[in-house]
Ligand binder design. Structure first.
Ligand code: THU
Length: 131
């Protein structure tokens, strides 16, 4: 799947964002290695701290359906591209430290591509936990 289709899916998912408190809707589209697409949007809550970001909604949808290997994620938000929060970087790193991250504006007019490893250098991952 090319970048523009992944961005378009994130833009589409953004329309479902539940963001009455921040007024900042975000959409995400996560592409698995097998070519499946999982979308997500931010879901806020009156108890603000319970908010879940679009990226983690997409990730948890995929993992809950048995998919754990990923190629790329597109994130669509705001007037300019924004970057996943630290919690989402960490959550994505668990499954896909080499993930391609596509940062797009809310309309999908422009985007940039950055490796997750640039966003989370020397991330803490499964290999760091003694088992
Ligand atoms: N948010 C995301 O969904 N993803 C990001 O990458 C940045 C922040 C959400 C959380 C909250 O609902 C709103 O954006 C403002 O922080």
């Amino acid at each position: 799947m090319d970048e523009s289709r992944l961005v378009a899916a994130a833009v589409d998912a953004r329309r479902n964002a539940y963001a009455p408190y921040s007024g900042f809707p975000v959409g995400a589209a996560l592409l698995s290695k097998g070519g499946r697409l999982f979308t997500g949007c931010n879901v806020e809550n009156a108890s603000y701290g319970l908010t879940v970001c679009a990226e983690r909604v997409a990730l948890f949808k995929a993992v809950s359906e048995g998919v754990r290997e990923f190629e790329a994620i597109a994130v669509a938000c705001g007037d300019a591209p924004c970057s996943p929060c630290g919690a989402c970087r960490q959550a994505l790193n668990e499954f896909a430290p080499n993930l391609k991250v596509i940062l797009a504006d809310g309309e999908g007019r422009r985007w940039e591509v950055v490796p997750l490893s640039d966003l989370l250098p020397r991330g803490f991952g499964p290999a760091d936990v003694p088992r």
